[in-house]
Design a protein around this ligand. Structure first.
Ligand code: HEC
Length: 100
């Protein structure tokens, strides 16, 4: 009887853990940029991914731009620096300027 409880607990733990892990992967694949920014930043409504990458050499520059220059319609994003930095990474902006 005791064994069965242990077994059941282990099973639950494993499947629960696996579901958390696979959720993580799913979230990684669904890029934040395409979910949260690309609809406006498509190169027509607003500057696109490539344009931003050219304009802002580092994550810090990019983050500052979102917080200071971002359109009022982006206000909802401006209290989440962590998110902005993540998105900067996603679209390939380096953390520090390349020393070529
Ligand atoms: C509702 C539409 C909308 C959404 C969503 C949006 N933006 Fe913007 N954003 C704009 C507009 C409009 C501008 C100003 C026009 C421009 O610069 O092309 C702007 C400007 C910016 C700028 C300043 C560009 C510059 O140099 O002038 C940055 C950086 C930026 N957005 C980043 C982001 C990021 C990152 C996201 C997603 C987390 C995002 N935006 C989501 C509409 C949007």
């Amino acid at each position: 009887m005791r064994m069965r409880i242990v077994f059941a607990a282990a099973f639950l733990l494993c499947s629960f853990g696996a579901s958390i892990l696979s959720d993580g992967h799913a979230a990684e694949r669904t890029k934040l940029w395409s979910k949260m920014c690309a609809s406006c930043h498509d190169g027509t409504t607003a500057i696109d991914e490539e344009g931003l990458r050219d304009r802002y050499p580092t994550v810090d520059d990019f983050t500052a731009a979102v917080l200071k220059k971002g359109n009022p319609c982006m206000n909802i994003l401006k209290n989440d620096k962590k998110l902005i930095r993540k998105i900067a990474n996603e679209i390939g902006i380096p953390a520090t300027e390349d020393k070529k």
